[in-house]
Design a protein around this ligand. Structure first.
Ligand code: ARG
Length: 480
């Protein structure tokens, strides 16, 4: 039997392999609720403009509502032979409503329909991700406030550089995630135009009202060019690009959790809740959640790259290649959502070992810059000369296997006789951190102020639960 939706000119059914390569229902069923929302807006508009009668529209609308119920309760039967979500729903509608169901597709094509459904899904997902990132920021800012004065080594080249505070380090991520939210917001603003009514590619001769459907679906306006409407996937690309950058940030934090929970660093501990044991080495506690957050960045970057390649060089307007837009996007954004939830969980869970961090901050001459700065400030040395003198002091301390603080005044004066006992006031790690009061610096008072500012701002933005929950893999649909 040929396809009942488009089989008019076909004598026989497609080959099994054709069905296999063509069908998208296994993944685009995720768009079911968006598809129904789009159809409801479309049918209301068809009635309002007199393209179909009010009675026909009411029957179609009631059928769509019934299908929504069937899908939500898990009793809807999806069929591969019907290819995709659009035809699965339309076919069921015909069973429920009879031949008038066929009027729903007036002045519409699956090309604008899928562009609409996918946009709606991406938009919903951006909103869910934004709330999750805000929750992660809140977890970070709260931890930062609790540890505004907890001194730890700051690194460059992963070598101990200067003392910073744990709170300052956490707030660095709050900044990154704020930019991620900005990028998602930007993508959402550009996405928010309705392609519905572009039809197959050229628009339609029916007197449709695209403003009406755009408004009903929460869009700012209808898209301006019908060819662009059905062939544009920028909204998915932009969202994936923003997701990829966010995944970079998450992976950097995850990497630090992996490093810092190691015996060699011993800076932080994660509880049983976000670690696992080894089946062979009983002593082990592995930071698997962090490792997976770090690892999942790979599939998120991959989805962006894959969609860029699918879209590259495609002639206008719609081509079936574009059906390849969905799986990667679904997977990437759901993975990001899971990573955000896991990271927020780890942030709330993580406990720093303040003594160990402080000890590490004191090692490796982390206050050498403070000594050089003191030579500049107190003795009026040019910074380059102060740098040189400090280098000699560090070498002397290293030769004696001492820290800078332990080196005697006599030893320092042997290098530069102008050094006075006051120098010891800048060699401690707490003093070092406390002295970094410049805008954006690590001084505990700065950190406290910043953390409070963020908590304030984030508290107003949304009131999400303790730790955000990831988008369910079926996005709002049970049992799919
Ligand atoms: N399943 C298709 C997709 O995801 C829907 C659009 C099909 N359009 C068409 N002209 N065959 O792209």
């Amino acid at each position: 039997m040929s396809n009942k939706m488009w089989g008019g000119r076909f004598q026989s059914a497609p080959h099994a392999i054709m069905e296999e390569i063509n069908a998208s229902i296994d993944f685009d069923r995720k768009l079911a609720l968006q598809d129904i929302a789009g159809s409801k807006a479309h049918v209301a508009m068809l009635a309002k403009t007199g393209i179909i009668t009010r009675e026909q529209a009411d029957a179609i609308d009631a059928g769509l509502e019934r299908i929504r119920g069937e899908i939500e309760s898990g009793i809807f039967t999806f069929s591969r032979a019907l290819e995709d979500i659009h035809m699965n729903i339309e076919s069921r509608l015909a069973e429920l409503v009879g031949p008038d169901a066929g009027r729903l597709h007036t002045a519409r094509s699956r090309n604008d329909q899928v562009a609409l459904d996918f946009r709606l899904w991406v938009r919903d997902t951006i909103d869910a991700l934004d709330a999750q990132i805000a929750d992660l920021q809140r977890a970070l800012a709260e931890k930062a406030l609790a540890h505004a004065g907890t001194v730890m080594p700051g690194f460059t080249h992963l070598q101990t550089a200067q003392p910073v505070t744990f709170g300052h380090h956490l707030l660095a991520y709050v900044e990154m995630f704020w930019r991620d939210r900005g990028r998602l917001r930007d993508a959402r603003a550009r996405l928010n135009e309705s392609p519905l009514g572009a039809a197959a590619l050229a628009g339609t001769s029916f007197p449709i009202d695209r403003e009406m459907t755009a408004r009903a679906l929460g869009f700012e306006r209808p898209t301006a060019n019908s060819l662009d409407s059905v062939s544009d996937r920028d909204f998915a690309l932009e969202t994936l690009a923003a997701a990829a950058i966010c995944a970079v940030h998450l992976s950097r934090f995850a990497e630090e959790m992996v490093l810092w929970t190691s015996r060699q660093f011993g800076f932080v501990t994660l509880s049983d809740a976000f670690t696992t044991g080894s089946s062979i080495m009983p002593q082990k506690r592995n930071p698997d959640a962090a490792e997976l957050v770090r690892g999942k960045a790979g599939r998120i970057f991959g989805a962006l790259q894959a969609l860029l390649v699918v879209m590259k060089g495609l002639p206008l307007a719609y081509s079936k290649d574009m059906q390849e837009d969905k799986e990667g996007t679904f997977d990437a954004l759901q993975s990001l959502s899971l990573c955000l939830a896991a990271t927020a969980g780890m942030v709330r869970d993580v406990e720093p070992d303040a003594a160990r961090m402080r000890e590490a901050a004191g090692a490796s001459y982390a206050t050498a810059t403070d000594l050089a700065d003191w030579l500049v400030r107190r003795l009026g040395l040019p910074f380059r000369e102060a740098h040189h003198v400090t280098g000699q002091v560090v070498a002397a301390a290293a030769a004696k296997k001492q820290g800078l603080e332990q080196l005697s005044l006599a030893d320092m004066q042997a290098i530069d006789p102008r050094i006075t006992p006051e120098v010891f006031s800048v060699l401690g790690v707490e003093q070092s951190a406390t002295s970094r009061t410049s805008h954006g610096g690590t001084a505990p008072n700065n950190v406290r102020e910043q953390a409070e500012k963020w908590i304030d701002r984030l508290g107003q933005a949304s009131n999400s639960p303790e730790t955000s929950r990831p988008i369910p893999s079926h996005q709002g649909l049970r049992s799919l």
